[in-house]
Write a protein that binds this ligand. Structure first.
Ligand code: FMN
Length: 304
């Protein structure tokens, strides 16, 4: 694989997004002064996106294939790190930690040194652990009745919310935001739901300002980001012994919440999960088989 010039990478990306190279540059290549003017949420999201596209992906590709990494590959992230300090942002924030780690790898590749990613290799599941994983997937049920005598601690809720944040998401934009509302403290806000309100309502929102960091994001990806987070939430709730019900807002309910909490316009109030200690073991809704679901499959490559 040959070393790709920055221009040809820009042209490839522009083609992918269906815009001109000039438009792509206008949207993504900001001066330090322009970066200083952004609100902090968008700036941090840009740091995540830029680090992902301009540094992480090319550095790993270079490390994997042993191809050279151009010396100017680090320019974008180094500029953003300068702005990071000018803005007085903390070095403890995840974007800074990630950017400086990847920058370290990139500098090694630029110097022609190998990058050892084996320290990040996951601890692969044993066959017994795989069975536990399958139990979580296949025994999770949507639960709609709760043991209200048992309190759900905030620490446990936070473990579930953390799992949501670790879902995959487009361009590393990390837009997911939550509201955690206890029915016994603030009753009635979820009236109109087709199931009795869970003791804990987790509202899953997205900060649309994160998407200002990539205005070319395919629209589907926004909802998919949220779906991936919410899927992790219901799985984690089950893994920690809680019951969860993924729920749909009616317009009336959504508007009620927006009004009650004065939720700012830049938050999309997308979906919610009711959670609590389960008081119900519903029958599995059996799924159709894989053979029915797969509508096309390549023939096996007999040459291999
Ligand atoms: C996007 C989405 C919206 C849902 N909305 C509701 C809802 O409004 N009310 C409800 O009772 N269940 C809702 N559910 C739960 C589904 O009914 C449930 O996942 C489905 O029947 C399969 O059952 P299981 O989760 O127990 O496997 C929703 C699930 C998803 C993924």
């Amino acid at each position: 694989m040959s070393e790709k010039s920055k221009d040809s990478v820009t042209e490839d990306l522009a083609r992918l997004f269906g815009v001109t190279a000039e438009e792509l540059t206008r949207l993504f290549v900001l001066s330090e002064e322009q970066l200083m003017e952004l609100n902090e949420v968008e700036f941090r999201a840009r740091m995540r996106e830029r680090c992902h596209h301009t540094l992480e992906i090319p550095t790993y590709e270079s490390a994997y294939f042993g191809t050279p990494l151009p010396a100017d590959q680090t320019e974008t992230v180094e500029k953003m790190l300068r702005v990071w300090d000018r803005r007085g942002l903390s070095h403890e924030l995840v974007e800074y930690r990630f950017a400086t780690t990847i920058l370290g790898y990139a500098k090694k590749r630029i110097a022609g040194e190998p990058v050892d990613l084996s320290v990040h290799e996951p601890k692969w599941l044993t066959p017994e652990e795989q069975e536990v994983f399958e139990r979580v997937i296949y025994q999770r049920r949507t639960v709609r009745q709760w043991d209200l005598k048992r309190y759900v601690d905030d620490e446990l809720i936070d473990k579930v919310l953390k799992a949501g944040l670790w879902g995959p998401h487009g361009c590393n934009l990390q837009s997911i935001r939550y509201m955690v509302i206890r029915e016994d403290v603030e009753p009635g806000l979820f009236e109109g739901s087709d199931v009795p309100g869970g003791p804990v309502h987790v509202v899953v929102m997205q900060d649309r300002r994160c998407y200002d960091a990539n205005k070319l994001m395919p629209p589907f990806n926004l909802l998919l980001d949220c779906g991936a987070a919410t899927q992790n939430i219901v799985l984690a709730a089950h893994a920690y012994g809680l019951g969860g019900c993924w729920l749909t807002f009616s317009d009336v309910m959504r508007e009620r919440l927006i009004k009650h909490y004065s939720i700012p316009e830049h938050y999309d109030v997308v979906t919610y999960v009711d959670m609590g200690w389960p008081d119900q073991s519903p029958c599995p809704i059996w799924r159709c088989g894989v053979e029915e679901a797969v509508v096309y499959r390549s023939l096996p490559n007999k040459k291999k």
